[in-house]
Design a protein around this ligand. Sequence first.
Ligand SMILES: Cc1ncc(C[n+]2csc(CCO)c2C)c(N)n1
Length: 220
Amino acid sequence: MLFSKRLREAADASWQASFTHPFITGIADGSLPLDRFKHYMMNDAYYLACYAQVQALGAAKAPDLHTSSRMAVHVQGTYGAELSMHEKFSGMLGITDEERAAFQPAPTAYAYTSHLLRAAYTGHFGDIMAAILPCYWLYYEIGERLQGATPEEPIYREWIAAYGGDWFRDLVQEQVDRLDRIAEGVTEADRTRMERQFLISSQYEYQFWDMGYRKEAWPV
Ligand SMILES: Cc1ncc(C[n+]2csc(CCO)c2C)c(N)n1
């Protein structure tokens, strides 16, 4: 069995929970209150900045020049594709400079990015790939499921459109193939550790929707 298939199956319970989370179904039918989406978006901007750092550490730890180059391209991709979307949404959601200046990441955003940075700093290239893959792959599967949806809210239509399309499928496939190639050349102990990285990221993806839905904040 391909390693990616093994990971996808192991993570299925948390992925199914993401598909049916009220944050996602609320985007699809337009019922999600915008203040919760705004909370998610502000935390997501923080997440993306950390994610790009983790991809860059992936470039540094890559096994060959071609892979370093591809990882560096993906850092640019995160900046270009995701942050331009955030700039647009910031305007649409009315996120002010003051709100941005006062922003502190919610516990889940802090924990998820800490998990990624830990994998990046203490792990091997395979750990990094396994930890960052649910981010691409889960969003692709959510995008696919939501493609027919036409919520009234234009922001939600834009968000759904952003995660559809061939370019995104190709991007995800490239990373899935990369993970499978690495997994072939490492020990079973490495693969078990990589599986843990993937499962923890999958759980945090679920918690990230929940963070937005509940407008999670620090307790005190
Ligand atoms: C919590 C969270 N997880 C995943 C993504 C999706 N995502 C982030 S970077 C990237 C690759 C470049 O587009 C993708 C698909 C997100 N936005 N927020």
